[in-house]
Design a protein around this ligand. Structure first.
Ligand code: ATP
Length: 448
């Protein structure tokens, strides 16, 4: 059963070191968060899982790690300078500013100003002269540098259609009203794939990617039955989109977008191209006098055409929140007490196993526990912790709460018979297992 409300998740995240408010000691910075010791592990595991499912499991998808600072021309031709805006209103009663579609119920209609368009991109000065001319944008999506590198990747990897370019990285949006914890923030990470296809094959590829993304979320612990498919109506589509499917998840604050899967047609590659009249662009694009590259390919008869692109675009923070929400539960135990447990999929768990000596000051137990930790760590499955608290019950509770799939207790019998106690997070069942079998056990658990 998911969390009852956002406060439970916020409190767990702070208490256990998943997420902190950024610059908290100075009162914070609105819409900006820091990921703590456990948060960074879960986030990395999530990103690795995405990367594996895209780049390693598909032989026609390449990776990219492009810059955050972006030449303004990229975002001029992508349409972001003109259209990456949200309508904003001011409330004359409470003096706060809101996105026009997100005004709280307390503000009366008659107190609101007419909506004004507000561009969401952050700008920063580049170089030593701050004259307003030498600036760059912090990218508002990772996608654009995938498009600007399209030719580089094709030329260096000899790819033919269909093929994809995947990227994970930071994006920045000056959201008018950041809120709902890490759901809507001003600095976040995206996991984006641009999958290039021959025009005409785009609709089929779009359907396929919607299915693939649902399967992937299911493997991360967000079941398909908890995701609603929203076919974005024409009037709400982004300027580049022919069709967009949003995967909507019931976050603690309501049903909202977890991931968008858009058919961006040939808009982006067409917009960034020179000699646009020679490459048969279907979309309506701005005349480009600045690009030095033709973002197009040739068909068998030598005619130029611009590939269409399908874009599954997921937010790391929103994924993190959905996964945490699904994994969180409070169980009633036989003794009447409550147990908070994160039923995370083991590949996502920040800590894969905790090795706990029964007594904290016993040299032999501590040495054996450390040796076990070191050998399990070498498997490179993720973080394994040596937990020297001397309080087994307390350690179990902590590891339930942070989602560690197994605890391994080293006791005096372990010294003689080379076995340890394995305690399973979900069932709480304890069993003895040979130390020799631990590696195999953990590998199977994390890779299942
Ligand atoms: P919304 O309508 O919620 O503002 P969007 O449609 O503008 O989102 P996209 O441009 O499609 O979002 O971005 C792709 C993904 O990036 C989203 O599905 C979401 O997971 C993530 N994302 C976008 N904006 C934010 C944000 N401000 N904070 C956290 N994640 C975000």
């Amino acid at each position: 059963m998911p969390a009852k409300n956002m406060d439970e998740l916020v409190s767990l995240c702070k208490r256990r070191g998943f997420i902190y408010q950024s610059s908290e000691i100075y009162g914070g910075l609105q819409g900006i968060y820091d990921f703590g010791p456990l948060g960074v592990e879960l986030k990395n595991n999530l990103k690795n899982s995405w990367w594996e499912s895209m780049v390693y499991e598909n032989d026609n998808i390449e990776g990219l790690d492009a810059s955050i600072l972006t030449n303004p021309q990229v975002l001029k031709y992508s349409g972001h300078e003109d259209t990456f805006t949200d309508p904003m209103v001011d409330c004359k009663s409470c003096n706060l500013r809101f996105r026009a579609d997100q005004v709280p119920k307390e503000c009366k209609k008659e107190d609101l100003t007419e909506p004004r368009q507000f561009n969401l991109m952050f700008k920063t000065n580049v170089g030593p002269i701050d004259d307003g001319e030498n600036f760059a944008y912090l990218r508002p999506e990772t996608a654009q540098h995938i498009f600007t590198n399209f030719k580089n990747v094709i030329d260096s990897s000899s790819r033919a259609l269909p093929f994809g370019i995947a990227q994970i990285g930071k994006a920045f949006r000056n959201e008018i009203t950041p809120r709902n914890f890490i759901f809507r923030v001003r600095e976040f990470e995206q996991m984006e794939l641009e999958y290039f296809v021959i025009p005409g094959k785009d609709e089929e590829a779009h359907d396929l990617w919607v299915q693939k993304r649902l399967e992937w979320w299911n493997k991360q612990g967000v079941p398909t039955e908890n995701i609603e498919i929203y076919n974005v109506p024409k009037e709400e589509l982004a300027h580049y989109s022919k069709k967009t499917i949003d995967l909507m998840y019931k976050f603690p604050h309501g049903l909202e977008e977890l991931e968008g899967i858009a058919n961006r047609t040939d808009f982006d590659l067409g917009s960034h191209s020179k000699q646009q009249d020679e490459i048969n662009i279907n979309s309506s694009v701005k005349v480009n006098k600045n690009s030095n590259s033709k973002m197009a390919v040739q068909n068998e008869s030598g005619d130029w055409f611009v590939p269409y692109v399908i874009e599954p675009s997921a937010g790391v923070e929103r994924g993190f929140l959905a996964i945490l929400n699904e994994a969180y539960s409070i169980e009633k135990l036989d003794d009447g007490k409550d147990r908070v447990v994160l039923n995370l999929k083991p590949h996502l768990s920040p800590v894969k196993a905790a090795v706990i000596p029964l007594k904290k000051n016993n040299n032999e137990l501590v040495t054996l526990a450390k040796n076990i930790k070191n050998s399990l760590q070498k498997l490179k499955l993720g973080r394994v912790i040596f937990e020297n608290t001397g309080n087994i019950g307390k350690s179990y509770r902590k590891h339930d709460e942070i989602g560690t799939p197994v605890c391994i207790t080293v006791d005096f019998d372990s010294l003689d018979d080379k076995t340890v106690t394995l305690r399973d997070r979900d069932t709480m069942i304890q069993e003895r297992i040979d130390i020799d079998q631990l590696s195999e056990y953990l590998k199977n658990l994390v890779n299942k």
